[in-house]
Design a protein around this ligand. Structure first.
Ligand code: G6P
Length: 611
């Protein structure tokens, strides 16, 4: 979603802002803009619809200079993607603002700023009310920070914002509520961004702003006040993410790089957490084992790919831990009155840790009587990590491709480990504890073997190029894998793809089957294989073209209309983690054939920080 970069320095900052925007491109956006102030307070504001590249061209043509500035990539919410709706927005040829989030009372503010104060709006955005409000309030307050603080008191909704004032060109003021911002500390220069990745070329020292913080940033200092207006300090941490973490390392796309990073990501994630076959005491946070002993229900809440990971975990937790587990989409969970079981653990799953619905679900759950909240998350500085009682940090490394790959498999490894931790804490099911330890330890090497499927799948992908629809089938814990395979295909190839539990075929989707509807089946050699074979026969009998992903040489044979792709036999516990790999390759290569924007598919965002 939207990205923010800002800087106050001695040196010209245009390049720093543009490089920052490029590093945030992965988040998904549809326009970009920059506003620079020189020492005399002259403003240069340039905005373009479309990619940062168009902005770069315009910046080259106009060669603006400045030592204080703000920049933004916008993902449209209020108002179509266009130059006039792009940020920064301005007021009185004095104030400029970039904003992530949504101002919910924007209409009411717009009406009063227009009718009572005579402001003329030049965009359809909710953001523009912020800058006119700041302009209006500036007459009553002595400095920019107190003006911005006063403005935030009138805003309802979510914001991460950065404000500049041409009458005070050596400072920026930033404010956070519901949308993350980090301050970057340099030598005689300071920065702000919505994601530290944007600033890694210029600093590795960051402080994360807390909810309600408002900060003044100058070359020399960062002065923060909290939600009550009191001065505060936020700790400055050294980032361990390398500056080239955002690079493609020779791969054509981030997505392909991230597919191949999966074994290493899983090794890192299990390191120090699975020791000599046992889950380390505090692998899921201080006191987790003691707490797990009494847990009788697990409620998982997540969105998108993370939700699909949660769906797999339900099979593991109910079967192996023997307690109930529910999984719900966060945007549904947060708006209904759900039943809270006694001794329940709330688990949020999130790559980014900033997904607005998942975060809102966690905040809601805090008032509902859960025993504790655990997040399995990939970003240490994220809101979910900061607000959860227990944390399992995924260590997948930055995931840049919008279509999630390594976050999914790392989440699954963490969830299998969670099932084992619950069993160990309860002193039950030693067989599962031993088998899962062995399976997890062998997982990275098995994933590496599964990469040999890349070439055959690449060839097979051609056959999807002219298709409009595809159906994915699975049973048991492979049904969510089929869901994730379908999600991957629709996200990046724009082919409409649906997943069905194979046993449900006769209740509707069979009516759709013909030669134009490829059917993809995830078919490991497990207890449900015979049932699945009957489902496959039903589809075959109706003239469908099928692609079966299997792990046993003697169960299926390729024939006209039926392509079988075999991989090495997988232990049933980790089969869901291995079977997603061919489906990731499939969606990637179909997208390549179709020529879509693999890493930044249209209309989608990496981190969905608005509802
Ligand atoms: C967006 C991303 C998906 C991701 C989902 C949940 O839709 O494009 O890849 O699965 O958000 O994100 P989270 O960061 O909470 O896992």
């Amino acid at each position: 979603m939207c990205g923010i970069v800002g800087a106050v320095a001695e040196r010209p900052i245009t390049e720093i802002l543009i490089e920052g925007l490029k590093r945030l491109e992965y988040r998904g956006y549809d326009s970009a803009g920059v506003a620079l102030l020189d020492a005399s307070g002259a403003i240069s504001c340039i905005k373009r619809e479309g990619k940062v590249e168009s902005l770069v061209q315009a910046v080259k043509d106009q060669s603006p200079t400045g030592t204080t500035g703000i920049a933004h990539t916008r993902w449209a919410t209020h108002g179509v993607p266009s130059e006039r709706n792009a940020h920064p927005h301005q007021s009185g040829n004095r104030f400029s603002v970039v904003h992530n989030g949504i101002i919910e009372n924007h209409q009411e503010l717009r009406d009063s700023l227009t009718a009572d104060d005579g402001y003329v709006f030049s965009s359809d955005t909710d953001t523009e009310v912020i800058v006119h409000l700041i302009h209006k309030l500036s007459a009553d307050y002595p400095d920019l920070r107190s003006t911005v603080f006063a403005a935030t008191q009138k805003l309802v909704g979510a914001y991460g914002m950065v404000v500049s004032d041409s009458e005070s060109p050596s400072e920026l003021v930033v404010a956070r509520s519901g949308s993350p911002l980090v301050i970057g500390y340099g030598l005689g220069e300071h920065f702000v961004a919505s994601d530290q990745l944007a600033l890694l070329p210029v600093t590795r020292r960051f402080a994360v702003l807390e909810e309600g913080d408002v900060a003044q940033i100058t070359k020399e200092a960062v002065n923060i006040i909290d939600a009550t207006g009191e001065p505060v300090r936020r700790s400055i941490e050294e980032s361990d993410i390398t500056a080239d973490a955002g690079g493609k390392a020779g791969y054509k796309h981030y997505m392909l790089k991230e597919i191949f990073e999966q074994p290493e990501a899983i090794r890192r994630t299990l390191q120090d957490r699975l020791i000599e076959g046992k889950v380390a005491d505090n692998a899921f946070g201080n006191g987790s084992l003691k707490l797990f002993k009494n847990i009788k229900h697990v409620q998982i809440v997540a969105c998108g790919t993370s939700y699909n990971a949660g769906m797999v975990a339900r099979y593991w937790i109910e079967q192996h831990v023997g307690i109930s587990c529910s999984v719900e989409i966060a945007s549904e969970f947060r708006y209904r009155e759900s039943f809270v079981h006694k001794d329940s653990l709330l688990v949020t799953l999130s790559q980014s840790g900033e997904t607005a619905d998942t975060l809102a679900a966690l905040r809601l759950a805090k008032s509902l009587g859960y025993s504790a909240s655990l997040t399995i998350c990939n970003v240490e500085t994220s809101s979910l990590v900061r607000e959860s009682d227990l944390v399992y940090l995924m260590k997948a490394g930055p995931e840049i491709g919008v279509a999630s790959t390594k976050a999914f498999t790392v989440q699954l490894a963490a969830l299998l480990l969670l099932s084992k931790a619950l069993c160990e804490a309860k002193k039950i099911n030693q067989d599962f504890c031993a088998e899962s330890a062995q399976a997890l330890t062998s997982l990275p090497a098995q994933m590496e073997r599964a990469f040999s499927l890349e070439q055959p799948i690449k060839e097979l992908a051609e056959q999807f190029a002219d298709k409009q629809h595809a159906l994915f089938l699975g049973r048991g814990d492979q049904y969510p894998v089929a869901m994730e395979g379908a999600l991957k295909l629709k996200e990046i190839s724009y082919i409409h793809a649906e997943a069905y539990a194979a046993g449900e075929l006769k209740h509707g989707p069979l009516a759709l089957i013909d030669a134009e509807m490829p059917v993809v089946v995830v078919a490991p050699d497990n207890d449900l294989l015979d049932k699945l074979k009957s489902n496959i026969a039903e589809v075959r009998a109706r003239g469908s073209v099928m692609y079966v992903f299997a792990d046993s040489d003697d169960q299926f044979e390729s024939e006209p209309g039926l392509d079988v792709v075999n991989m090495a036999h997988a232990n049933h516990l980790i089969a869901p983690i291995l079977f997603i790999i061919p489906l990731q390759f499939l969606s990637y290569y179909v997208a390549l054939v179709k020529g879509t924007d693999v890493d930044q598919p249209r209309n989608l965002a990496k981190s969905v920080t608005v509802e």
